[in-house]
Design a protein around this ligand. Structure first.
Ligand SMILES: [Cu+2]
Length: 268
C-alpha cells in the first residue's frame, strides 16, 4: 500500500508539472509595454514555486513509503517539533515571498504609482450592471460634470453616465461602448462604478483593476500591438456578470484621430 501511494503521489506531481512545462493553458498574447515584465515575473514565480512543490511532493511520497505499516511493532515515538527546522523554513519562505514582492513592485508601480504622462490619452471607464462605458474628454480636454440624479442605465451612453448637459465641458464629451485607443501611446484610465464593485480586466494588457463606486481610480498602460482585445468584468457583480464584456480596439494614431473626430462630429 505504501508503494501504491508513492507511485500515485509522484505520478500526480509529474503530470501536473508537465502541463506547466508544456504551457498547455498559458497566457494570451502580451500586447502592452508592461506585459513582458509581468510575464517574466510570472514565470520566475512559477519556477521557484514549482521547485518547492516538486520537492515537497517527492518527499511526501518517499516518506509515505518509508514509514509504511511494517511487520515489526515498534513503540511509537512522539516529537514536539524541531525549532531549528521550523525557523529555517519560515525564514526561507519569508525571504521568498518578500523577495518576489520587491522584484515585482517596480512593475506594479510603473502602471499605478507613477502618474501618467501629461500627453497620455485619457479615457474614463465606467462599470455598471451590466455594461462598460468609455468617455473621452473631447477637444477641450475636460470631462464634463456628471450627476447621479441624471443617471439612467436604460438610456445607454451619455444618459447612462448622467452627463450634465448644462456643463459647457460636457458638450464635446464622447461616450462609446467600445474602447478605441492609439498604439504605442500611454493611455490613462479613470475607473468608476455606479452600483457595485466591477473589475476592469484586459488579459492581453496584463492588468485587472477594480472599479469601485465613489472612487475614481487612476492607472495607465501602453498598448504595443494593434487589434481587438477582450475586456472582461472580473468581479462577480450580479446576474448579468457573464455578459459584462467589451473590446479594447488598438489602432494607429491616424485611425484613432479619424475615429475620434468622427465621434465628435456626431455630437454636434
Ligand atoms: Cu461587472
Amino acid at each position: 500500500m505504501g508503494l501504491v501511494l508513492l507511485i500515485v503521489i509522484w505520478l500526480i506531481t509529474l503530470i501536473s508539472t508537465l502541463f506547466f512545462i508544456a504551457k498547455t493553458w498559458w497566457l494570451p498574447v502580451a500586447a502592452s509595454a508592461a506585459a513582458p515584465g509581468i510575464d517574466h515575473h510570472f514565470v520566475t514565480t512559477f519556477i521557484l514555486m514549482g521547485i518547492v512543490f516538486v520537492a515537497a511532493q517527492v518527499s511526501l511520497g518517499y516518506l509515505v513509503w518509508k514509514y509504511r505499516e511494517g511487520g515489526s511493532s515498534q513503540t511509537v515515538v512522539y516529537t514536539h517539533g524541531n525549532p531549528k527546522l521550523e525557523i529555517l523554513w519560515t525564514v526561507l519562505t519569508t525571504i521568498l515571498f518578500v523577495g518576489l514582492n520587491l522584484m515585482s513592485s517596480s512593475i506594479w508601480a510603473s502602471e499605478r504609482f507613477r502618474p501618467a504622462e501629461p500627453s497620455a490619452v485619457r479615457v474614463e471607464v465606467t462599470g455598471m450592471q451590466f455594461a462598460w462605458y468609455f468617455r473621452y474628454p473631447g477637444p477641450d480636454g475636460k470631462f464634463g460634470a456628471t450627476r447621479p440624479e441624471l443617471e439612467d442605465a436604460s438610456a445607454g451612453g451619455e444618459g447612462a453616465l448622467g452627463l450634465d448637459a448644462n456643463d459647457p465641458a460636457s458638450k464635446d464629451d464622447v461616450v462609446v461602448n467600445t474602447m478605441v485607443v492609439p498604439v504605442n501611446r500611454e493611455i490613462e484610465l479613470i475607473l468608476r462604478a455606479h452600483d457595485v464593485i466591477h473589475s476592469f480586466f484586459v488579459p492581453a494588457m496584463r492588468f485587472k483593476q477594480d472599479a469601485v463606486p465613489g472612487l475614481a481610480i487612476h492607472m495607465h498602460f501602453t498598448p504595443t500591438q494593434t487589434g481587438d482585445f477582450e475586456i472582461a468584468c472580473a468581479e462577480l457583480c450580479g446576474m448579468g456578470h457573464y455578459r459584462m464584456h467589451g473590446i479594447v480596439r488598438v489602432v494607429s494614431q491616424d485611425e484613432f484621430d479619424k475615429w475620434l473626430a468622427a465621434r465628435e462630429a456626431e455630437n454636434q
